[in-house]
Design a protein around this ligand. Structure first.
Ligand code: GLA
Length: 380
């Protein structure tokens, strides 16, 4: 049974009757453009075929009652008044309700069943999937117009201010605006999106190191301030506004650490735009090289990789069917992503599994991913 069928049948058992709506919002993998979103730069994520699903029907008493199949628990809260109790996944739901209310929308309550298959804490944005599925649910039954970029900004605010994680806009934006069959080039300043289909006969393979990120929040915040400091030095709003030529002209005046942080962001923006061109031309070889260069820059200049990620990327890059591979997401653990010739995927997966296990004694999780739509209303 698909997850969609499972949430529907669970709903029927619990609430006596079919759900009025079923919504879905995906996780994501980023092909290139890492740690650029909070510098107003460019990213190239795709929404993946792993998602959060909610089956729901409206209630008329302003309550939200939700059963989670993954955690086997029922929770409820009143839209009239609710607080942050640090209660895990539910805070993403409440945070979304809070931010929509704060934006002036009148929300209706609902009964729901929620389930997901985005691996948690792997760097595939399971939290954005819950936020956007919640937003899509509220939009289905309340007076909230579905405008992906507007909703993505609100979801980012929920994560920043309610959950307390300072993230950029990428994860929420791709979970809101993804398009089936294509990655998206996103300008994180204007939120303009451009379809960027994968080169012909290639597959995107997500390689989970089975290591989880420790201290990632503090390291992430530290990187953000270093980038802001570099932007101040160049007298611009964000590093997005510094060209490679401007950077090189004045790089000698920066201390070594700030110089390397800025160099990563500035070159990564260029690589992401070059990747969009390569994808337009269907050029897997160039795209793969750009991904490899991105990893080197994240490892050496931005210093957000880890031994496990480096081993995984080395294993992937060592296979003849691999065009390129890099760490993906915030870093320090979680997943790498590889672009692989479609007819060599099986052999690639077997090779990486064995190579990574030998190098680290860890068992990786490997997913071949398809680009899917962003948050959507599937029934109702
Ligand atoms: C995390 C954040 C994103 C982005 C990436 C790094 O996934 O949530 O906003 O900054 O790290 O590219």
């Amino acid at each position: 049974m698909s997850l969609q069928e499972q949430v529907i049948s669970e709903f029927q058992e619990r609430y006596d009757g079919a759900p009025a709506y079923v919504v879905r919002a995906p996780g994501r993998v980023n092909l290139i453009g890492e740690h650029t979103d909070y510098n107003d730069g460019f990213v190239m994520p795709m929404a993946i075929d792993r998602a959060t699903w909610i089956a729901l029907s409206p209630r008329n008493d302003g309550q939200v009652k939700l059963y989670s199949m993954d955690f086997n628990e029922t929770v409820s809260f009143s839209l009239g008044h609710f607080e942050n109790n640090d209660s895990g996944w539910l805070e993403y739901v409440k945070g979304m309700a809070w931010v929509l209310k704060a934006a002036g929308y009148r929300l209706n309550g609902w009964n729901g069943v929620i389930a997901g298959d985005v691996p948690v804490a792997a760097g595939l944005s399971s939290s954005a999937a819950v936020e956007l599925a919640t937003a899509r649910a509220f939009a289905a039954i309340s007076d909230v117009p579905w405008q992906p970029a507007v909703i993505a900004r609100l979801a980012q605010r929920a994560e920043n201010e309610w959950v307390g994680v300072s993230c950029g806009i990428m994860d929420q934006m791709i979970s809101a605006a993804g398009v089936e069959g294509t990655a998206l080039l996103i300008d994180c300043r204007s939120l303009e999106t451009t379809n960027a289909p994968l080169p012909p006969d290639t597959a995107v393979v997500v390689l989970d190191t089975a290591t989880r990120r420790g201290l990632v929040d503090s390291a992430y915040n530290e990187r953000r301030s270093q980038c802001e400091e570099a932007a101040r030095f160049f007298g611009v709003a964000a590093l997005r506004d510094v060209s490679l030529a401007d950077f090189e002209a004045r790089a000698g005046e920066l201390d070594d650490l700030t110089r390397r942080r800025a160099r990563h962001v500035i070159t990564e923006n260029d690589r992401t735009l070059a990747a969009a061109e390569a994808m337009k031309a269907g050029d897997a070889v160039t795209l793969g090289k750009l991904m490899n260069a991105s990893h080197t820059s994240l490892r050496d200049d931005f210093e957000v990789s880890s031994d496990a990620l480096n081993s995984m990327v080395n294993c992937a890059q060592g296979h003849a069917g691999c065009f390129g591979a890099r760490m993906t997401g915030a870093g320090f653990g979680g997943c790498a992503v590889a672009l692989v010739a479609v007819d060599q995927v099986d052999d690639f997966v077997a090779h990486v599994e064995q190579c990574y296990q030998q190098a680290t004694d860890l068992q990786p999780n490997i997913y071949v991913c398809q680009p899917t739509n962003g948050a959507e209303l599937l029934r109702g």
